[in-house]
Design a protein around this ligand. Structure first.
Ligand SMILES: [Zn+2]
Length: 227
């Protein structure tokens, strides 16, 4: 049994996870610096949270700041895509501070006039997992940025099939909108570590569902059967 899963399961068993709703039960929310900390519209990141150990990933692109382990994994992934497909992936947006999210939200609020309207377009500050320093919006050199067409491009296809090898998952898939709270975003990858990424890839499920299963120890059973 892999170490991360073991740790999560023991924490779940010890009852140290916060419990108030199904998603809350799922998340090991005591550990903001952990690779599976859940950030979504229900689970917002504290306004004071700034990850430690961030650095610029040595890849092409715009905002390339990520937490150390995610930056290293991203560099490996981009290098592998270049080597295997001769495609250069680029980075559009990595770490995004609470202040930046708030500014984006307030700009939208000014434009549309009500929070109800603004919420349709933009997540509230703290709801973006970009604040964790573990998410990257990926693009392919020479192609338009952050569009659904990324899924049909060579780079996008390669990322969808291979990102798990480097510890990333495609966080917002088609058909998962009700669970993740986000539309399909083929360009948005989230670092969760290699063990968890492999399990999520294999079982084709959102991070929320994976954490729920983990909580119920069902995934442990799946993994033991297959080992
Ligand atoms: Zn994103």
């Amino acid at each position: 049994m892999q170490s991360i899963l073991k740790t999560i399961l023991s924490l779940a068993a010890a009852g140290t996870m916060m419990v108030s709703a199904p998603l809350d039960e799922a998340a090991p929310q005591h550990d903001m610096d952990g690779p599976v900390f859940l950030a979504n519209r229900q689970w917002k990141v504290s306004r004071y949270y700034i990850p430690e150990n961030m650095r610029q990933a040595q890849v092409q692109g715009q905002v390339r700041t990520l937490r150390e382990e995610a930056a290293t994994a991203l560099e490996e992934m981009y290098a592998a895509c270049k080597e295997e497909k001769n495609i250069t992936l680029t980075s559009i947006s990595g770490y995004r501070s609470y202040a930046t999210q708030r500014a984006i939200y307030n700009r939208k609020l000014d434009r549309v006039g009500s929070k109800a309207k603004a919420d349709e377009y933009v997540a509230r500050p703290g709801a973006s997992e970009h604040q964790l320093g573990l998410a990257m919006d990926v693009s392919q050199k020479g192609k338009s940025n952050l569009s659904a067409s990324f899924a049909k491009q060579g780079g996008g296809k390669w990322v969808a099939e291979n990102c798990w090898r480097f510890g990333f998952i495609i966080r917002y898939q088609k058909g998962w909108e009700d669970i993740t709270g986000y539309e399909y975003e083929p360009w948005h990858v989230r670092y969760v570590g290699k063990e968890v990424a492999a399990a999520i890839h294999k079982n084709e499920m959102p991070l929320e569902t994976f954490l729920l299963l983990l909580r119920e120890e069902k995934l442990m059973d799946i993994m033991i059967v297959e080992e």
